[in-house]
Design a binder for this molecule. Structure first.
Ligand SMILES: CCCCC/C=C\C/C=C\C/C=C\C/C=C\CCCC(=O)SCCNC(=O)CCNC(=O)[C@H](O)C(C)(C)COP(=O)(O)OP(=O)(O)OC[C@H]1O[C@@H](n2cnc3c(N)ncnc32)[C@H](O)[C@@H]1OP(=O)(O)O
Length: 218
């Protein structure tokens, strides 16, 4: 188990067309889209982004990299699909479901009581002075807070507000414990709390509200 808890995520379409709670009614998660090397492809892209964050190329090397990237972009052009059938975001066997826009995390455990994950911020997530950017910490909380809400209500929810309290510096290249749970709920409102720890040290806390969307609501 990596990007999501082991459970039945696939939702069959009902008579409600297209969208349900801002998410499509008939989404499907897989461990196969993109093939067996897809995870390594994402890992190489992440590594490239890490290198770019610290690289200071010569003008010649920058031109060479541009040339290579143009070729790679052209290769992917012929494979573009919609968000619901793209492997990125739906490969539950990969860190962060294969979604390169998220810091890589692995879900250790998840259910109606909350989500237990390990997240590692990488060189790409640098804010300044060697530690993580606060915005990337918020992204990790948003996705895993949303997952805690989704696991409680059995369908996706949208973030109404999200407050992060930064208690101490968040290191890079260090596996950190991230926990989220629905502290209380009131109708469609799910008040989600969370913590991010480096060992025993509290790095950040989450206080957020996720609203369960009505069928058909965008
Ligand atoms: C799809 C395939 C993926 C495969 C998935 C595989 C595994 C999936 C596993 C789990 C899922 C994993 C992760 C989840 C992923 C992502 C999570 C990130 C989610 C986001 O990143 S999402 C983007 C940012 N998000 C927005 O873009 C929202 C913009 N916004 C709106 O869309 C509306 O604003 C909305 C819908 C929020 C509410 O609108 P609405 O019309 O439905 O409801 P309404 O306004 O009536 O509010 C109802 C009650 O909430 C109270 N309330 C509302 N807002 C409040 C606030 N801010 N503060 C305090 N109270 C608030 C009201 O006061 C009322 O309270 P009361 O009922 O007591 O009067």
């Amino acid at each position: 188990m990596k990007g999501a808890p082991e459970q039945e995520w696939n939702v069959a379409a009902d008579e409600t067309p297209q969208h349900q709670g801002g998410f499509r009614a008939d989404f499907e998660v897989t461990t196969e889209r993109g093939g067996p090397s897809y995870g390594e492809m994402i890992e190489q892209v992440r590594t490239f982004m890490d290198k770019v964050r610290y690289a200071s190329p010569s003008p010649e090397l920058a031109d060479e990299v541009i040339d290579d990237l143009r070729k790679l972009n052209a290769k992917l052009d012929s494979t573009l699909v919609d968000e619901w059938t793209s492997p990125s975001g739906t490969r539950i066997d990969l860190p962060s479901r294969g979604n390169i826009t998220l810091p890589p995390y692995e879900v250790l455990d998840g259910g109606p009581d909350g989500v237990d994950a390990v997240v590692t911020f990488r060189p790409f997530h640098l804010g300044g002075n060697g530690v993580a950017h606060g915005g990337h910490v918020a992204i990790a909380f948003d996705d895993l807070g949303g997952m805690a809400a989704a696991l409680r209500v059995g369908r996706p929810a949208r973030t109404a507000y999200l407050t992060v309290n930064y208690r101490s510096l968040t290191p890079l290249d260090t596996p950190l414990t991230l926990r989220t749970w629905v502290e209380r709920h009131d109708g469609r409102k799910n008040f989600v709390r969370g913590t991010l720890h480096d060992g025993d040290r509290l790095c950040a806390e989450l206080d957020s509200l996720f609203i369960e969307l009505k069928p058909g609501q965008a």
